[in-house]
Design a protein around this ligand. Structure first.
Ligand SMILES: [Zn+2]
Length: 249
């Protein structure tokens, strides 16, 4: 069994607690893991870079909205631990940031601190310290503020088009580098959301407890820990669209 609970056990859990059932009705069935890349007032000129970059004011408005509505943030590891304890964090949302751009330290971290929020940051080991990317020192400072630092491959390669040896480097070297310079990583985010059975096997064998995809959906007690869905936050979306994203429905 890959999920934390069977569907039957999950149904029994919900039936057992009326409070839990009520929370699930208000909130929807799952915990959303939101996917971000960059938050920066300097918007890249290229279309892809632009689409991946959120205005800081917009990101701050979403943090304010979460606080106003009593939703709190968990890291991916905290969500995984809650589900292992058969808890369903009905008023939680996970903020995840891919690719390790330096604005994670200069822009995102101060905003998260201002709102008492936390996030999981997924970095590619061989890109750390390269232009426009985070440094190991910045990652340690983020860790010390309660942020989770997870793996996003060594070179950000598509795991489905490389050999098994290369897969081992992508996953294993990233894990080893983070363990050495920041702390043992416990969760993984597949680069470009691409993975296959061999990649999942290596991720599991490397000690990761969960892995994030780019498949749409929310996390429930029956989600496969190595195939957790995420919801992309679009730079052009309104606060109403954000509210819909975090509704869990
Ligand atoms: Zn990426």
């Amino acid at each position: 069994m890959r999920g934390w609970l069977t569907a039957l056990a999950a149904a029994a859990l919900l039936a057992a607690g009326t409070a839990k059932t009520a929370a699930a009705q208000v909130r929807g069935a799952g915990v959303p893991i939101l996917m971000y890349h960059r938050v920066d007032g300097l918007v890249p000129r290229d279309a892809v870079g632009r689409s991946l970059t959120l205005e800081p004011a917009k990101f701050e408005a979403s943090l304010a909205w979460l606080r106003q509505h009593g939703l709190h943030t968990l890291t991916t590891v905290e969500l995984v631990e809650a589900l292992k304890r058969s808890e369903h964090p009905a008023s939680a949302v996970v903020l995840s940031f891919d690719d390790g751009y330096e604005d994670a330290f200069t822009t995102v971290l101060p905003l998260l601190k201002r709102y008492g929020a936390r996030a999981s940051f997924y970095v590619s080991a061989d890109l750390i310290g390269t232009p426009r990317h985070l440094t190991w020192r910045e990652l340690r400072a983020m860790r010390d503020e309660g942020m989770e630092i997870g793996c996003h491959g060594s070179r950000h390669l598509d795991l489905t088009v490389i050999s098994r040896t290369q897969k081992r480097y992508e996953i294993g070297h990233c894990a080893a580098a983070l363990a050495r310079y920041v702390g043992v990583p416990r969760t993984y985010a597949y680069a470009a959301g691409r993975y296959d059975a061999a990649a999942m096997e290596i991720v599991r064998a490397s000690g990761f407890e969960a892995a994030l995809t780019e498949r749409a959906g929310t996390v429930t007690s029956v989600s496969d820990p190595l195939e957790l869905p995420r919801r992309r936050v679009d730079r052009d979306s309104s606060i109403a669209a954000f509210a819909e994203l975090v509704s869990g429905k």
